[in-house]
Write a protein that binds this ligand. Structure first.
Ligand code: GCW
Length: 835
């Protein structure tokens, strides 16, 4: 008893301390207020019974107790039989039917599906959570708690829910050393220093978040797999992680390296058709399944980006997938074979070459040759998680092969969690896109779920990459992407608005202004980001051979990676037409292909992905391509500035920690959006020679370039790429301290001073700013931006509002470098206050 109480209080105390760090995400169970609290207090029975005994069922019951205690302030009594009072009863359909023979249903639930039903016996009211399996019971409990959190009535329930697809998985690109490839939320929750972490509490917490969304599988290591994952010494580690996730109904999978039979297996080959290799995979699978009988399976990235694969022996992807599949089949395991296969040494001079063709060209000829427990895991678009891509044609081309769509929750090319980009609208655009695979009515979602062709497995995979940070993903608002992925995987017919609103209410509460502002930011954020990073299907104009973060318009050109946009003096865009281009468009079914092939019907949002056009080509809204590029960048940057103002209006209505984290994030994003805006617009101006009709590009009346200031110690440097710094130049300090100053020559008034400086990750430089001899601000360049260079990735903005300026005032910035970080400056802008 004592220990039970201790656990109870420990857990309540821990809850309070951690309450608003973001770690509880959308499962905060914050206390309800006002009349709804009273209603639930009246509606909620006092007892709960779990009819089935299993770790998952136990968790379901505990979760219910926890949620009701948090939201309603009532502690449910755990009973073992149906009491003679109202109660919440949890159980599988079989168990519920035995206890409530009067419960009739015609329609069978699918695996993981559940039903919430109110059954009345005289005066007594029982709230039933019935499911096909234990996992479904857990999902039903989460759904019941969601309803309470969202203020929905629970006294007369009659609801059935079944998942849209059997596969609802996340992948983690975690390395065994604890780093995460493309992870922005801290170090791995799973791994550290070559082994599973000693403390796997965060893994259990993650399992709870996943279960609340109906996610039922998780691959726990990078698809760029370290072959050591298959060493016998790692099996107990995998087993421990599986133990932490199992009570949440989440099956573990591992990513494997196709060369393993040779690298760690002692064979001299990994040829998939060699009998010794077949035997090796079989005994390896047996060994792992002995320790983890419910392992979900393997994920395999082969013949891609330097990974070995079947091509080493002239074998096909089907040969490779099947040799592993057969080893797993005996244990009910699946193999997710990644469709992300392409040549990254393509000759860029050949205008018929096209990376976008690769997935279809590689996999279409193999349709029907994969075993039934193989799932081809296909990225949403044909390139690589760019800010906008068309749906991969491969979705419509495989008729006899299981498919899963791979969506990237972690924001690799979409701002790395430093920019708020809610990806659900983007994912929905693909999921709802009709591939015309069997005439009309075959949207991508139905193809991946196998509902069209009755394929046995398939569904949704999200690359999540959560880490140890309290925010999980590195940005409080980015959590909505994990949430949104789960909701769509369960039901892709939900609207983006519904998902954004549910998430906001669960995560931040019910204040209507908070809801309006956050949902408003989220729902417009993808278009906003696209506007300043790569509109019209240009793809993200980032440093694609480097960190995939800052702006670098030409990084995609003249190399073998194939993310070309082919912008030159005369025009822009990849010609992927059948008539004159790479023929990529011909990979779609005729109805889709003809829509993309014709300039008259190709959507403007994908125009430059499909066609090469002159800058003067006129879009549907009457603008030329070049003017659209200018305007969209100004609109995008202005929209983020507005997000900051909108957010600031919420001060005091959102808890302090998350309020200030999000304010800082949005303010940073506003500065970066301006860097992108200026870089891309200047690059296209210089390249096309066509000026901005509104005369904004290249004209910055509020700006004082650092290189034109009075410099003491600072020296002028050229920045590469030139477009990532204003005027192509910046100043840097190679001494112990330097000064840059100038005299303000504008009108008297309250002003906001914006200092554009560089924050590399190789030191912590310090800056101070004084006005007319008075120190008004000092700051450290201590952000962990992903570069050591002076470029668009490190360029960042300090905003100093509320400064009274008079003509002739000296504005003086002092920079103190640190360990190679040179306290560099790009420019200062002086605007009217709060501009
Ligand atoms: O988007 C690219 C990433 C790689 C990743 C690869 C893939 C895990 O830049 O980091 O590798 O895709 O999806 O395999």
């Amino acid at each position: 008893m004592l220990s039970k109480l201790f656990v109870l209080f420990g857990f309540i105390a821990a809850d309070c301390v951690q309450a608003e760090t973001g770690r509880q995400a959308w499962l905060r169970y914050a206390e309800l207020k006002g009349p709804s609290l009273q209603q639930y207090r009246e509606a909620i029975p006092a007892a709960v019974i779990a009819l089935n005994k299993s770790a998952i069922a136990e968790n379901a019951q505990q979760e219910l107790v926890r949620g009701v205690r948090g939201m309603i302030g009532r502690t449910l009594r755990e009973e073992s039989g149906i009491p003679k009072e109202g109660a919440i009863v949890l159980g599988t359909e079989v168990a519920i039917r035995a206890a409530f023979p009067e419960w009739q249903t015609d329609e069978a639930l699918k695996p993981d599906g559940y039903c919430l039903k109110t059954i009345r016996r005289g005066q007594l009211r029982y709230t039933i959570v019935a499911a096909q399996n234990d996992r479904g019971v857990l999902y039903g409990v989460f759904h019941l708690l969601d309803k309470i959190a969202l203020g929905e009535a629970i006294d007369s329930l009659d609801e059935r829910q079944s998942p849209y697809a059997p596969v609802r998985w996340v992948n983690q690109w975690d390395n065994l050393d604890g780093s995460i490839e493309r992870g922005y939320g801290g170090r791995s929750i799973f791994w550290d220093d070559g082994h599973a972490r000693a403390d796997l509490n965060r893994v259990s917490e993650y399992g709870r978040l996943l279960a609340s969304l109906g996610i039922n599988g998780c691959a726990i290591n990078n698809v760029n797999a370290d072959p050591r994952i298959l060493l016998p010494a790692l099996v107990p580690d995998i087993a421990r992680i599986a133990d932490a996730l199992r009570p949440w109904g989440v099956r573990v999978a591992i990513s494997v390296d196709f060369g393993s039979p040779k690298t760690i297996g002692g064979l001299d080959t990994f040829d998939p058709l060699d009998a010794r290799v077949t035997e090796w995979w079989k005994s390896k699978a047996d060994e792992i399944y002995r320790a983890i009988p419910d392992l979900g399976g393997f994920v395999l990235k082969a013949d891609s980006e330097g990974r070995v694969g079947p091509s080493a022996y002239g074998r096909t992807h089907a040969d490779a997938a099947n040799v592993v599949a057969r080893a797993l089949a005996l244990h009910g395991g699946l193999i997710f074979y990644r469709g992300f296969v392409y040549d990254h040494h393509m000759d860029w001079r050949n205008f018929k070459n096209d990376r976008a063709r690769a997935a279809y060209d590689n996999f279409r000829p193999l349709d029907g040759k994969f075993d039934t427990n193989v799932i081809v895991q296909i990225k949403n678009g044909p390139i690589d998680f760019q800010v906008r891509e068309p749906a991969s044609p491969l979705f419509g081309a495989l008729e006899r092969t299981n498919e899963a769509i791979e969506l990237q929750i972690t924001q690799e090319y979409t701002g790395q969690a430093r920019h708020t980009v809610f990806l659900v609208p983007m994912w929905k655009a693909t999921l709802d896109f009709d591939m015309h695979a069997r005439g009309d009515g075959t949207p991508v979602k139905s193809l991946v779920a196998g509902t069209i062709s009755e394929r046995p497995a398939g569904g949704f995979v999200g690359v999540a990459n959560v880490g140890l940070d309290d925010s999980w993903l590195g940005n409080q608002l980015s959590q909505a992407n994990l949430y949104g992925f789960g909701r769509l995987a369960w039901n892709p017919n939900l609207s983006a608005q519904r998902i954004a609103e549910d998430w906001t209410r669960l995560t931040f509460g019910d204040d209507p202004d908070v809801l309006k502002t956050i949902a408003g930011i989220q729902l417009s954020s993808w278009r906003t980001y696209e506007n300043y990073t790569g509109p019209l299907g240009l793809q993200t104009l980032t440093d694609i051979t480097g960190n995939h973060y800052g702006v670098n318009v030409e990084a995609s050109e003249r190399n073998g990676w194939g993310q070309w946009h082919r912008a030159d003096a005369n025009g822009v865009g990849m010609d992927r037409t059948v008539a004159t281009g790479t023929g990529y468009i011909g990979q779609y079914r005729p109805a889709v292909a003809s829509m993309f092939e014709s300039l008259a019907t190709c959507p403007d949002d994908l125009l430059l992905f499909m066609h090469h056009v002159p800058y003067t080509h006129v879009l549907r809204d009457g603008k030329t391509v070049i003017q659209y590029i200018y305007d969209s960048h100004y609109e995008g940057a202005a929209a983020v500035r507005q997000y900051v103002r909108d957010w600031e209006a919420l001060q005091g209505r959102v808890d302090e920690q998350r309020y200030s984290e999000i304010r800082a994030q949005l303010e940073y994003q506003a500065g970066q959006a301006q860097v992108w805006r200026d870089a891309v617009t200047n690059w296209f101006w210089k390249t096309s020679g066509i000026p901005d009709a509104q005369n904004r590009v290249g004209h910055y009346p509020d700006r004082v370039e650092a290189e034109s200031m009075q410099l003491q110690g600072y020296e002028i440097v050229s920045i590469v790429p030139w477009e990532s710094a204003s005027g192509g130049k910046a100043i840097q300090c190679e001494q112990s301290q330097c000064v840059a100053s100038f005299r303000y020559d504008g009108a008297t008034g309250w002003r906001t001073i914006r200092v554009q400086y560089f924050d590399q990750n190789n030191g912590v430089a310090h800056y101070s700013l004084s006005v007319a001899g008075e120190l008004v601000d000092a700051w450290a360049a201590n952000d962990g931006l992903p570069t050591q260079k002076l470029d668009g990735s490190s360029s960042t903005q300090r905003v100093i509002a509320g400064i009274a300026l008079r003509p002739g005032d000296e504005i003086r910035i002092e920079g103190v470098p640190d360990q190679g970080e040179q306290a560099a400056l790009d420019y200062v802008e002086i605007g009217t206050d709060r501009e």
